[in-house]
Design a protein around this ligand. Structure first.
Ligand SMILES: [Zn+2]
Ligand SMILES: [Zn+2]
Length: 249
């Protein structure tokens, strides 16, 4: 973990400011956030670590990707015959076009549907879908991970349980059509908190990965938490960098 990201992650968890950055800032990607008023460092950090628009290639979206790839790598590196993992499994992606309203069908011939769309429409498709397909001890799991940014203003007044349940409900709502095609046990909505916690489904999933790979459950928890922390810290560090560039610093 680069020093800058590591330091940012720890400051974030300790609610500590840094004197090496300006005391008052604006998100480099959303200058109108909160009516465009300047934010103090705590407000800035709470916003930017969950902002998908930070234009540095290192933002919330990247952090989620890093987490998913890490889980796949852990399973692959174990070389266990009882565990396989695939990042963004092909059959479980959904494509949508905002221009012609094309929408692919899960479980259908997605590749052909997308090719047909691209022949008749030039607009770029928006893709969403299952993050990871795992086969553990012959049982299959379709995993969708979320990094919940619970220090964002919208969650200030909610308990963690309320916030996490709302994230999970949103996932089930998102996949409501698709879930009719698979059994209830197959779909896992796993939530990690940007402050380092993991929800029950994440812990359950890591328990299953541990049993199938022979890896220690405690090590898996630590590994995942470390990866989330890296992603969050890297997003914050990138946001500070963008802000400094904008100021010509
Ligand atoms: Zn922003
Ligand atoms: Zn289209």
């Amino acid at each position: 973990m680069p020093h800058e990201a590591y330091a940012s992650a720890w400051r974030f968890r300790a609610f500590a400011d840094t004197t090496s950055q300006p005391a008052q800032l604006r998100c480099p990607a959303c200058p109108d956030f909160q009516g465009g008023r300047v934010l103090d460092q705590q407000e800035f950090v709470a916003h930017v670590h969950g902002c998908t628009r930070i234009p540095s290639g290192q933002n919330r979206t990247k952090a989620a990707r890093v987490l998913n790839k890490r889980i796949v790598t852990i399973v692959e590196d174990s070389a266990s015959p009882d565990a396989t993992a695939e990042h963004e499994p092909r059959g479980y992606q959904h494509y949508e076009c905002s221009k012609c309203k094309f929408s692919s069908t899960w479980g259908g011939d997605v590749k052909r549907e997308v090719a047909d769309h691209d022949k008749r429409c030039s607009s770029k498709l928006y893709r969403s879908g299952v993050d990871i397909e795992l086969v553990l001890e012959k049982l299959r799991y379709l995993v969708d991970t979320t990094i919940a940014h619970l220090v964002c203003e919208s969650w200030y007044r909610a308990s963690i349980a309320t916030a996490v349940n709302s994230k999970i409900a949103k996932k089930y709502h998102h996949y409501v059509e698709e879930l009719r095609l698979v059994s209830a046990e197959e779909f896992v909505a796993a939530v990690a908190h940007s402050t380092g916690g993991l929800d029950k489904s994440f812990h359950d999933l890591l328990g299953k990965i541990g049993r199938a790979t022979g890896l220690e459950y405690a090590d898996l928890v630590e590994d995942v938490r470390h990866t989330v922390m890296w992603g969050v810290g890297a997003s914050i560090a990138a946001a500070f960098r963008c802000t400094m560039r904008r100021r010509g610093g």
